[in-house]
Design a protein around this ligand. Structure first.
Ligand code: AVJ
Length: 323
């Protein structure tokens, strides 16, 4: 039986400062300055993200949890016995607890994969304590790169990916397709994927979710500037940028930006970058889907949507797909 002392990452691929430096410089040399959104999740960023999930305006978490609670027995049945559950971007594994509560001993293993090592280990330890019957095998990795899964400790009947939170929405459609293909490959034939997908709705509802009144999302976004100051010797004045969100109808996503309030020049890793007043750094996209849109995307990748669960208002969906 695993104890909390057995909790250590099976694989340690936390992103290095070097990869952050490279990605930032590459992104800043473009006409539209940008940084890949995965760099939002350092320790502080991951904690701020947990706070976002509790905000009034941020409907996805609350809605998804409601859908999970209401339908968890059907979900467990779809997943079936002795499955190995691999969660992509596990963070605090809050929603997973609903599944673990229902499936517990029925799971061959739970493999949380996350980029933030301390966050991953903290939550893996808490889970090991609360669910002693489930072998927990944390993997510290950037899940968008290919990584090896640890050997399951017991014979697993199938591998099922778990990708909640509509994090699939952070990818543009073509990258989302490529990532689902990667998951299909990982879970293999007879595999499954339980995925949370945020749905298109009233534009004001969607944009408010990324621009809360308390400014938690603004702090989350500005944490990137802090991180650059700390890790890349950057010279950002955090007060000279503001958080900005907009709905892009053509791309079907909410875009988040950091907008320079004045003309200024900033140094990042010894390179100087000029900002015009009003110029932005594009920090994140949150793509929204229709049910048909997601079904056809999934079908392109070797998955078939088997079941869809939603809330009363059809704000959000949790979908079970099979290979
Ligand atoms: C990572 C997809 C869960 O895009 O909704 C929340 C990230 N960014 N508020 C999203 C996020 C700002 C979030 N997910």
């Amino acid at each position: 039986m695993p104890t909390s002392t057995s909790i250590h990452p099976i694989l340690d691929q936390a992103p290095t400062t070097e990869s952050f430096r490279k990605a930032t410089l590459r992104g800043f040399r473009k006409d539209q300055k940008q940084i890949p959104s995965k760099f939002l999740y350092d320790d502080r960023g991951s904690k701020l993200f947990d706070k976002i999930c509790e905000l009034e305006e941020y409907y996805p978490t609350r809605t998804e949890i409601g859908i999970m609670r209401e339908n968890v027995s059907a979900m467990a049945e779809a997943i079936g016995p002795a499955a190995r559950l691999v969660e992509y971007g596990s963070g605090s594994s809050l929603k997973t607890r609903i599944l673990l509560e229902q499936m517990g001993e029925d799971l061959a293993a739970y493999v949380p994969v996350d980029i933030s090592k301390s966050h991953l280990l903290e939550s893996a330890e808490a889970l090991a304590e609360d669910y002693p019957a489930v072998p927990i095998q944390p993997v510290c990795a950037d899940y968008t790169t290919s990584f090896e899964l640890p050997e399951p400790p017991r014979s697993a009947h199938r591998t099922v990916g778990y990708y909640p939170g509509s994090t699939i929405g952070n990818f543009p459609r073509d990258q989302a397709r490529a990532f689902l293909e990667q998951i299909a490959h990982t879970v293999g034939p007879e595999g499954g994927l339980l995925i949370g997908v945020d749905l298109k709705k009233d534009v004001d509802v969607m944009t408010a979710a990324y621009d809360d009144a308390e400014g938690v999302t603004a702090a989350f976004s500005k944490n990137l500037l802090r991180r650059m100051n700390r890790e890349l010797d950057a010279t950002f004045d955090l007060d000279a940028f503001e958080h900005q969100v907009l709905w892009n109808e053509e791309r079907g996503c909410v875009e988040s930006h950091l907008r320079s309030t004045t003309a200024q020049s900033v140094t990042v890793a010894d390179e100087s970058f000029a900002f015009d007043a009003g110029e932005t750094i594009h920090t994140e996209d949150s793509h929204k889907y229709t049910l048909d849109g997601f079904a056809s995307l999934a079908a392109d990748t070797g998955f078939e949507v088997e079941s869809v669960w939603t809330d009363d208002r059809s704000y959000f969906s949790v979908q079970y797909c099979t290979t």
